[in-house]
Design a protein around this ligand. Structure first.
Ligand SMILES: [Cu+2]
Length: 185
């Protein structure tokens, strides 16, 4: 637990010292999902970040893109890597706060899960994560990060970003019933 806290603290520190993050631009006219996007795990000097592939040259200093999602929508998020990883090293995306499937191509973080494809990316491969955000998902500010045997150094270098599920603004009808019905016992 202490190690995890340290990893998170280092990761947030790395993000805090980077440039202002931009927001991932989803493609709403793709096939197979409501929205598609591609991020590239990018390295400049000793800094790393998830960069929006549609945004051209990565900014310097780097900052991982903010990912925004809406309830009731499906997302296809492809990860590529330009990290210059050594042989056998890889990267990935793991989300925090999304109530989605943990089976690949969802938010699986495991090697060799029976019958599933490893959701890991080398410099020569890519992986497309599929997320289906439930219609009764709570809005909130969450985060995503790499989740591999190299989690600590990769997050510390900046492979972590904000993940926002939009709450529908001030319209109470947009708030899931299970939230608006919550009362103190
Ligand atoms: Cu985590």
């Amino acid at each position: 637990m202490m190690l995890l806290s340290l990893v998170i603290a280092l990761g947030l520190a790395a993000v805090a010292h980077a440039a202002q993050p931009t927001t991932l631009q989803w493609d709403a006219s793709c096939s197979g999902a409501d929205f598609c996007g591609t991020v590239v795990a990018t390295k400049v000097g000793s800094n790393m970040a998830y960069h929006d592939d549609s945004a051209g040259t990565p900014p310097n200093p780097l900052a991982s893109v903010t990912i925004r999602m809406q309830r009731c929508k499906t997302y296809s998020l492809t990860l590529k890597s330009n990290l210059g990883l050594a042989n056998g090293e890889y990267t990935s995306i793991h989300t925090h706060g999304l109530h989605v499937s943990g089976n690949a191509p969802g938010d699986n973080v495991l090697h060799d899960a029976p019958g599933e494809t490893d959701p890991f990316v080398k410099d020569t491969t890519s992986f497309t994560y599929k997320y289906s955000v439930p219609c009764d998902h709570g809005g909130g500010t969450f985060w995503y990060h790499s989740h591999t045997e190299q989690t600590a150094p990769q997050i510390s270098a900046g492979l972590a970003g904000a993940l926002i599920v939009e709450d529908g603004g001030d319209n109470p009808e947009q708030v899931p019933a299970w939230i608006s019905e919550m009362k103190y016992a």
